[in-house]
Each structure stands twice: as C-alpha cells, then as structure tokens.
Design a protein around this ligand. Structure first.
Ligand code: ASP
Ligand code: MG
Length: 438
C-alpha cells in the first residue's frame, strides 16, 4: 500500500522555471512516484506580466496589442482546446482596453491575471500529454479570496479555507494534479485582484497553509536564497536555513527573491518552505521554525527611498509627538518604511511615491512649534539579517557607519540608512564584515 503523508506537496514554479517543461514533469513524476499527491502553483511565463503591464499603459495601441497576443501565444506552444479560449479572452480584454482607455485598478488586474491563466492551462496540457492527469484551476474561480486592495491585495485565509479545500481535495481524491494559477484571487467584492509583483510565491504558501500541507517548494530557475543580491555583492553564498522570522525580515527588507507576504501563511500554519534552484537542485534554502547560526546571514538593500528629518525642540517634552506624526501619515495613506528617533529628532523614511503626501501632512506640525522639517534626502536602507546579529556589533566596519543618516536594530535585523550613492559600498562592506566570504 502506498503511504500518504497528511497533506499534499505544494510545488510552485516561477515564470523562468517554466521554460523547461520537461523538468517540471520530472519533478511532478518524482513526487508522485513517492506516493505524494501534488498541487502545482504556477506564475506567468517569464516577461508575460511585464508585457501585459505595458499594454495597460498604452491602452489604445491596437497594433502593439496584436503583436503582444502573437508573442504570448508563441510562449505557450500547443495550447489545448481550453487554451485558445484563454487567448481569445486576452484578445477580448485588449479590445475593451482600446475602446475604454486607461483601466481602473480591478480592470488592470483582470488583464494582468491572464498570464497565469495561460500558464496554468499550458502546463496542465503539457503534463496531460505526458500521461499525468493534470487539470488547470483558476484561483478566482476556485475561491481564493483577497481583500479589495487591487494590485497589492492580501489573501483572506478564513474566507478562502472552505472553497479552496473543497475544490482541491475533490480533485486530489480523484487522483488528479491541480495546476493552480498564482498571483491573484477574487476580491471580497467579486473582482480579480492581484497580489503584487512576485505574488505567486505568496499564493503558493497560502494554498499550502489552507490545505494543511507539510511543505511547499518554491522552485526558482537559477538560485535559491543568497546572502546578498549577486548584482550588488561579488561573492555571495547560498543560505541553507532561515527561521520564518528571518525570512520575513529578508522579504520585507527588499530581497527581491521572495514576495513580502510569502512567509506569513506558512508561519501561521507551520508549513515548511523550501526555496529550490531548478538548475542546481542541491542548492536550497529551508525556511521553518527557529534556527540559529552564522550561516543564515544576509544583507539586503532597499532603495530608492526618501528620508525626512523632523526637528522638534523639546520633543520628548511633547507627549504624543510620535503618535501625531504616525497618525497624520496613516491618514494620508503613507507607509513609514523606517523610523529613527532621538530626543528632538525624528527621521522618517518613505517611498519616493509618498514624498508629496508625507510633506503635505508633516508641514503643519512645523507651524505651531519651533519644529523644522528637512528633506526629502535620497537614501537607501541597508540591512543585515540573521538571529544574533547584535552579538556581532563590534565587527561593524566604522567606514560603513560613518555619515549614516540613522541606525536601527533588533536582535534579528540591523538597518543603516545611508545616502543613496553610498548604498553599493555599504552593502559590500557589511557583507564582507558580517557575512564573510563563502
Ligand atoms: N507573474 C507575476 C509577476 O511577474 C507573479 C509572479 O511571477 O510571481 O510578478
Ligand atoms: Mg516571477
């Protein structure tokens, strides 16, 4: 008798890793041969989301749209009977765009979701041709429910649990391999809502959590999680293990390899995440409950950002000044990326797109007191991540810290705000000192 573990294995393939369907097939067969039931989650094929996004910015370019459909069709060779329907759907949506002009956020999300839909139908058909009983599943129809924050929505796990479990378990019980679209779900008001760029990882961990899967594997084409972005640092190394908390800091502090929301569903439901390289399966990062050690260090950089300095003489004597600043920014919809304070100086870091709103709501504070607002200063946030990082404070290179705009640290993450032009140097210096060579 074949042994079955508690839940299925959830395998997510990123856009670039779909370039080699034979590898996808081998991975699925391998898991099934070990008696595991498998759920696949797929991204759009590489560059497809970018192309669709470009179309939303040129809504009336009918010639460009026709070329786009051709390019996308070529990326999904041998689409089966369900496929042309999807391509028709794409052509139809582009036609709407030409007639109606710039789309609102939910309409744009509906168009962006076509990349994953095509990929799911294409992968399922490819697997079926090889004898694997795969079936494409579109996440909005399945009932993966999100909030209404189009373009950057969050999955509502409680609302999704019933429909996602029922739908996928029915297919698994029938011996099928569901191929689920990543990147989007159905909003509370019933429209298509995307999760933000790179959101298929997040969809995969959420689906794994909803199914009670013991493990989700995020298959990337080239690399797993590295100690730094190889474009910034010449000698990076793969990180074998991370705690959920470390991985979450990593994703939030700008490591482009993981969508910022990826970790939360897995942490909440104890699902182990394995980030694996398709090119080199021995290179993998396991993310799970707390682990400790120097081997899990990483340095990230988040930029471009803008820093404001708010000088409030006698700041500590004014109860609620931090709350007032935060509240004003919250009302203006400004996200504070980082906040450093001393007694009379508050340093706030925001995204460049939030600069105008932040300045507008902070300026009135300077009217009533002798407060002064300075900035925006172009900065980047360089962060060293890894449990116990504060134990190594003595190894922080003085040259990297000198001239920094601010500093903040917890036992797990240490961030320096530095002038934007110094970011590259700072990342390399911190990597050298606190992560070390391979
Ligand atoms: N296709 C989407 C993107 O390019 C989602 C993903 O790849 O995870 O952002
Ligand atoms: Mg991707």
């Amino acid at each position: 008798m074949r042994r079955r573990t508690a839940g299925p294995l959830v395998l997510k393939f990123g856009g670039a890793s779909l370039a080699d369907p034979a590898r996808v097939l081998r991975t699925v067969r391998h898991a099934r041969a070990r008696g595991r039931s498998v759920v696949l989650v797929v991204s759009a094929r590489e560059h497809v989301t970018d192309l669709l996004l470009a179309a939303t910015r040129r809504p009336h370019d009918a010639t460009g749209h026709r070329r786009l459909v051709g390019r996308i069709a070529r990326r999904h060779p041998g689409l089966p009977s369900t496929g042309p329907r999807s391509l028709d759907r794409l052509a139809g949506l582009l036609g709407d765009l030409e007639r109606n002009g710039r789309p609102d956020a939910p309409t744009a999300d509906r168009l962006l979701s076509q990349g994953e839909r095509l990929a799911a139908h294409w992968v399922a058909a490819t697997l079926r041709r090889a004898g694997v009983p795969a079936v494409a599943v579109e996440a909005d129809h399945l009932g993966l429910i999100t909030d209404n924050a189009y373009g950057a929505s969050c999955i509502v796990l409680e609302r999704s649990r019933g429909p996602v479990r029922r739908g996928l378990r029915r297919l698994l019980a029938a011996g099928r391999v569901p191929v689920v679209t990543g990147f989007f779900g159905r909003s509370l008001e019933g429209r298509v809502a995307t999760l933000g760029r790179g959101g298929s990882d997040y969809a995969a961990t959420a689906i794994a959590a909803l199914l009670g899967a013991p493990r989700v594997e995020l298959v990337k084409r080239h690399v797993a999680v590295l100690s730094a972005d190889p474009r910034e640092v010449p000698r990076t190394r793969p990180i074998p293990e991370l705690s959920y908390e470390e991985a979450e800091e990593l994703a939030q502090f700008g490591a482009r390899i993981l969508h910022p929301m990826t970790i939360e569903p897995a942490r909440a439901h104890g699902v182990e995440i394995v980030v694996r390289s398709l090119d080199d399966p021995a290179v993998a990062t396991t993310i799970g409950p707390g682990r400790r050690g120097r081997r899990n260090r990483a340095v990230t950089v988040l930029r471009p950002l803008r820093l404001f300095r708010l000088r409030v003489p006698g700041g500590r004597q004014r109860p609620g000044i931090v709350a007032e600043v935060s509240e004003r920014l919250r009302r203006a919809g400004v996200n504070v990326v980082q906040l450093f304070t001393s007694s009379a100086l508050l340093c706030l870091i925001v995204a460049p797109t939030d600069v105008a709103s932040a300045a507008r709501v902070l300026r009135p504070i300077t009217d009533d007191a002798a407060a002064v607002l300075e900035g925006p200063v172009p900065v980047g946030l360089v962060t060293v991540i890894g449990d116990g990082v504060l134990d190594d404070l003595d190894r922080l290179p003085a040259a990297a810290v000198r001239g920094a705009e601010g500093f903040s640290a917890t036992p797990r993450a240490l961030s320096l705000a530095v002038a934007e032009r110094r970011c590259g140097r700072t990342v390399r210096a911190l990597h050298e000192a606190l992560v070390g060579p391979r």
